[in-house]
Design a protein around this ligand. Structure first.
Ligand code: ADP
Ligand code: MG
Length: 210
């Protein structure tokens, strides 16, 4: 499948299912270094997203991602709501007027999402946040595009790098967000937002199968 409107709609549907399946895992992760609400927040948000998409099916990639952004901002709350909201909003802007994404355009989309998260949260790589999943994902997509790989292969590379990035948050000390209150005690746990980000990016790959 190419990275078109059907793909983005499948990405959204799959994201809702995967986040619902990961609800307990994300709650447990956030309980260890935060306040335990990340799984609940994300499940609520993506349930609302799925409802919104089914009520009024978006006609193109930009409209779909904009609807995700708007819905997440108004339903997720916590730190993650505005961060993800801004990520999807910037991603939507990057997809403006495109019926289908090539590898370079996919890299643009990931870089835009990362830029949105960083504009909002001011975190850089290594601070144990969702940036640690999105930054390597965006970089992998760009490198794949520069090598002349297909959009699907660039997406696969991004998802693998995003998951690796999320896993790499375990030994990090949190210096942004609620987990930073724990200081050294945040070490030895995965960052919940990096894990939810890895899940969402992986679902973009799953969506290639419809
Ligand atoms: P809250 O921390 O308000 O309870 P959530 O639990 O929903 O919100 O989300 C926590 C996640 O948000 C963290 O695991 C981290 O990935 C992400 N996060 C928090 N602060 C920042 C920030 N400044 N920049 C990027 N991501 C952040
Ligand atoms: Mg929390």
């Amino acid at each position: 499948m190419s990275l078109d409107t059907r793909w983005v709609l499948a990405w959204i549907t799959n994201s809702q299912q995967a986040i619902a399946d990961a609800r307990i895992e994300l709650i447990d992760l956030d309980r260890k270094i935060g306040d335990g609400d990340h799984g609940e927040n994300m499940d609520r948000g993506f349930t609302a997203v799925r409802k919104a998409v089914e009520k009024d099916e978006p006609a193109d990639i930009q409209t779909a991602l904009k609807l995700v952004a708007k819905t997440l901002m108004s339903t997720v709350g916590g730190a993650a709501g505005p961060l993800y909201g801004t990520a999807y909003l910037r991603a939507a802007k990057a997809a403006d007027g495109k019926a289908e994404l090539g590898a370079a355009e996919l890299a643009d989309l990931f870089e835009a999402a990362l830029g949105g998260i960083q504009a909002r949260g001011k975190a850089v790589e290594g601070e144990k946040t969702m940036v640690d999943a999105w930054a390597p994902a965006a970089k992998a997509a760009r490198e794949a595009a520069d090598r002349g790989e297909s959009a699907a292969d660039a997406l696969r590379a991004a998802a693998a790098a995003g998951r690796e990035g999320a896993n790499a948050t375990e030994p990090m000390k949190a210096t942004k967000g609620r987990a930073s209150y724990l200081g050294e005690r945040s070490i030895g746990h995965l960052d919940p937002g990096a894990v939810s980000s890895a899940i969402l990016i992986e679902q973009a790959v799953e969506a290639l199968n419809g």
